[in-house]
Design a protein around this ligand. Structure first.
Ligand code: AMP
Length: 311
């Protein structure tokens, strides 16, 4: 039986990133949690992804045009006087670790998200990595979403712990990386960390583990998705947001939230994250075909399929 698709709203950062690493210094790249998320989701969600964010006067028109061409609904993208959110990060030579050198909130500091009226009935909402009070302001404007998913990071867990907790109390699914899950829960073991996070509000937790894949902890048990074994990784920035975009974009397409749909969503998340890291910024993720996405989904199936034989 096929279901009517869900509408999907995302709030998060639309940013200018200054990156450094084995690829050399690369200033002024399009970045931000909502940019990666909406681009990844745009291939899977049947209806335009609804983006809520703010940019400054310095934000290049070509980046707006790029998101528009991806079919993202930009009715919730405000342009405000001041500077665009800017994040500076440096990767180690093996790309295994990254240091945040600077975070400038710019126009996000005075931002009040306002959801267009027609968006309040959206079934799915993703609270991308951004100040936790802004995340809550978006959920509070929604009528009765079927699933509220959320990401956050050490910057907010350490900087605004109480506000992060208040947001988590309103969230169904937390999508977070392993280090952040440990920081948030105070548990090193990821099974214990996920259980502790679930006690804070979310029924489900997805723990992203970089090139070790991702784990889904929810009522129906645990599901593991590998990361695609790639020969060349260029830039890991945005992999987590692309995972979330693939995951939520697939749920929007499926129009339901059964355990088996959540498993497929985990794989679509892994598919989109694998494309994201193959080029700098949105260089690869932004130029995909459905045939490439389908081929990689099949490759994941091949990679993980095994028979249920007993001895
Ligand atoms: P990821 O690699 O998935 O952690 O995502 C990196 C993206 O998150 C970059 O493009 C940054 O612009 C954005 N980012 C970094 N720090 C923050 C923050 N504190 N709040 C919102 N977005 C951020």
């Amino acid at each position: 039986m096929s279901h009517a698709p869900f509408d999907l709203v995302v709030v998060g950062s639309v940013a200018l990133d200054d990156l450094d690493g084995p690829f050399g210094p690369r200033p002024d790249l399009l970045g931000g949690s909502a940019s990666y998320f909406s681009t990844a989701a745009s291939y899977l969600a049947p209806r335009p992804v609804r983006l809520v964010a703010v940019v400054g006067e310095d934000f290049p028109e070509e980046h707006v045009a790029f998101l528009d061409e991806r079919g993202v609904n930009l009715a919730g993208l405000e342009r405000a006087p001041g500077k665009t959110f800017r994040w500076k990060g440096r990767y180690s030579d093996d790309l295994a670790s990254r240091t945040t050198l600077d975070t400038q909130l710019g126009v996000f500091a005075g931002f009040t998200p306002r959801l267009p009226d027609a968006w309040r009935d959206s079934e799915l909402v993703f609270l991308g990595n951004i100040e936790p009070g802004l995340q809550r302001a978006v959920v509070e404007q929604m009528h009765r979403p079927r699933l509220v998913a959320c990401d956050t990071m050490n910057f907010w867990i350490e900087g605004k712990p109480e506000s992060v907790r208040q947001t988590l109390a309103k969230v169904d699914l937390l999508v977070i990386n392993d280090e952040e899950a440990r920081l948030l829960s105070g548990e090193h073991n990821l099974v214990k960390a996920a259980a502790a996070v679930r006690r804070l509000g979310p029924h489900g937790v997805v723990v992203k583990r970089g090139d070790s894949g991702a784990l889904l902890f929810h009522e129906a048990g645990i599901f593991a998705a590998p990361a695609f074994p790639l020969e060349d990784v260029v830039d890991p920035t945005g992999a987590g947001d692309s995972f979330a975009g693939g995951f939520m974009g697939y749920l929007a397409r499926a129009g339901e939230l059964s355990p088996s749909t959540l498993r497929c969503a985990m794989i679509y998340g892994s598919v989109m994250a694998s494309f994201c890291v193959e080029a700098l910024s949105l260089g690869r993720l932004g130029r995909l075909t459905l045939a490439e996405i389908t081929a990689r989904y099949r490759a994941f199936h091949e990679l993980t399929h095994f028979e249920n034989v007993s001895l």
